[in-house]
Design a protein around this ligand. Structure first.
Ligand SMILES: [Cu+2]
Length: 601
């Protein structure tokens, strides 16, 4: 691997090479675009970054949303971009600054920008018809956002109108602290996203018509024979009968896959790859933002340990890992210290292994590292359906391995902290109750025995021989800002019917739902129960989700929380932000149904 070579040496299984690797040299089309000047600027070397979006420094920003010709796959397409750049320019300002962002909409339809993870007044949050007095930005109009920055760290911004997030309106935000920061020699943003040449409306229509449309991994006859060989006829039959009865597939990991997506790293296709430079011995900070519409990524840099130092912009007690999963809309900051004069691949495989985004950290722009093979595609097991662990006898190998982990987890927790069930920081002690709206054709599953799975790295990452970050590893670096016990608990179920592609909360879709009302100043707990087979990244606007990972003194704060299939998870919220806020699954095509308005008054 020390060879100086420009050649990418893919070792991936040819059978899995179906995803759209993209075009080398693809990206923004300067010739077709409206603003070729900024497109070129975006391609220029930038702070040791070989390619990727440029950085704008605040406190005053002018952003213009428009259309831009791109070519990521060999076919020209039209993206929606900010200042002609995809991803949008990185915005950098300072904690304590009053920022002004003048956003002009040059699209023929309404647009908006939401500042994801920022604590600000409702009127500045950028969600049409939910943020106070905000109805979106009409074509040709400029909306001026202005607010005081009360935080620091890595965040991002994106359109909250239509499906514009899918077509390119997303970018990173870096807020530098007034106080001391991690000392590093290099500081790079890594924005992950999923590009499709198909119009998002078309993708959505296909999913509505046939939810498996993009799932090319249905079982084959060969799978049947190998399952019979491993588990015997009876167990194989019982297992398959269960899946058939439910009219579900145990391969449904992602709704939209590499069949249509080209996965991008800083706007670069896997064929090209983003490149960041370093000198041996330097400390390099990577701010990873998952700006994808629908894709979870598992991120690793073979040969390098990553020290995770922040989650969703918030400093955490540093954790050293080989790999982490990043849900849609989450951000993680890691520090790496390459000791050798060699190139490293930044490898972000999609959760369903239908493709990957790729970049390179290298001392020399001409040097590349091998691209690892993708892991086997995960298969859903009983735990992912929230079934009781006793029912585990005919589960897959993943599962039996997990039972050991779970036993270990319970044990250690009891020994360690003597948790007060239901106490702040420890999660819910309330029974799981399925409401009356959770039956009918719009619901295809309920979790009988959903478990806290804080210690579980998630499907496809269990027992893979690498140290994988889990939510249980995340502890705040500062003391819990609001140590109050929750005065009440709201249990919200994430619900849906995969086959009909209907998504909801508590069995009720957004259009039919009453807002969730919070009392100003109250401290409450929200427990999310996932009655579906998918991971949902749930994002509460305007207030922190204080994730209960088992230590009441150092509760980490997140803006987006992954709820694993068939599991439950709890966080505390201090309702300290007046007005209307969006609260929703951040998977773009789930959002229409799995959404609530939160009103704090
Ligand atoms: Cu969802």
């Amino acid at each position: 691997m020390n060879r100086r070579s420009r050649i990418v040496t893919p070792t991936i299984n040819p059978a899995r090479r179906r995803f759209v690797q993209g075009l080398a040299g693809g990206g923004l089309l300067a010739g077709l675009g409206l603003r070729p000047d900024s497109a070129m600027a975006a391609m220029n070397a930038n702070n040791g970054q070989h390619n990727g979006p440029s950085t704008l420094h605040g406190p005053v920003f002018d952003l213009s949303i428009g259309q831009q010709g791109v070519n990521f796959t060999g076919s020209p397409a039209v993206a929606t971009t900010v200042n002609g750049s995809l991803p949008a320019p990185t915005l950098r300002w300072r904690e304590g600054d009053r920022v002004t962002l003048r956003v002009t909409n040059n699209l023929p339809v309404d647009s908006s920008i939401h500042w994801h993870g920022l604590i600000l007044p409702s009127a500045m949050d950028g969600v049409p018809h939910i943020s106070e007095g905000f109805r979106g930005i009409a074509p040709g109009q400029t909306f001026t956002y202005q607010f005081d920055t009360v935080q620091f760290g890595s965040y991002w911004y994106h359109s909250h109108s239509g499906f514009q997030e899918q077509t390119g309106v997303y970018g990173a935000i870096i807020i530098d602290p007034r106080g001391p920061d991690y000392r590093v020699d290099r500081d790079y943003v890594i924005t992950l996203s999923d590009w499709s040449d198909e119009q998002p409306e078309r993708i959505y229509a296909k999913l509505k018509k046939m939810s498996h449309y993009y799932n090319t991994r249905e079982r084959t006859v060969g799978d049947l024979f190998s399952q019979v060989r491993e588990q015997g006829v009876e167990r194989t039959f019982a297992d398959r009968q269960m899946w058939n009865d439910m009219r579900m597939s145990d391969r449904d990991i992602s709704d939209v896959t590499g069949m249509t997506y080209t996965f991008l790293m800083n706007g670069q296709t896997p064929a090209d790859g983003w490149t960041g430079l370093f000198k041996r011995g330097e400390r390099v900070r990577l701010r990873i933002v998952n700006a994808a519409a629908m894709t979870f990524f598992d991120v690793r840099i073979p040969g390098l340990k990553m020290t995770v130092v922040a989650s969703d912009g918030q400093d955490i007690e540093p954790v050293s890992v080989d790999e982490f999963r990043i849900g849609v809309a989450e951000t993680y900051d890691v520090i790496v210290e390459p000791k050798d004069d060699t190139a490293y691949t930044v490898f972000a495989q999609a959760i369903d292994r239908s493709g990957y985004a790729r970049g390179t950290l290298t001392p020399d722009p001409g040097l590349r590292a091998a691209v690892p093979a993708m892991d086997p595609a995960p298969i859903l097991g009983h735990m992912d359906m929230g079934m009781a662990m006793e029912g585990m006898d005919h589960s897959d190998h993943d599962m039996s391995a997990m039972s050991g982990d779970m036993a270990g987890m319970d044990h250690s927790q009891h020994n360690m902290a003597m948790p007060k069930p239901g106490g702040a920081g420890y999660g819910s002690a309330e029974p799981v109750v399925h409401g009356p709206a959770e039956s009918g054709p719009h619901i295809d599953m309920i979790a009988d025995a959903p478990k806290d799975q804080l210690n579980d790295p998630g499907i496809g990452l269990r027992n893979n021989g690498r140290a994988v970050l889990t939510y249980a590893d995340i502890k705040n670096r500062i003391k819990t800002p609001d140590p109050r016990e929750p005065s009440r608990e709201i249990q919200l179920h994430l619900t849906g019917n995969m086959a009909r592609y209907m998504w909801s909360m508590n069995g009720i879709k957004f259009a039919d739902a009453e807002p969730l009302r919070l009392k100003y100043g109250e401290r409450l707990r929200i427990t999310l129960v996932n009655d579906t087979m998918m991971n949902h990244p749930i994002h509460l606007h305007g207030m922190w989700s204080d994730l209960e990972t088992g230590d009441p003194n150092y509760i980490p704060r997140k803006h987006t929380v992954i709820v694993q299939p068939g599991s439950k998870i709890s966080y505390l919220v201090t309702a300290d932000a007046m007005g209307g806020w969006a609260y929703h699954c951040h998977l773009l095509y789930h959002m229409l149904g799995m959404f609530r308005t939160v009103i704090v008054s």
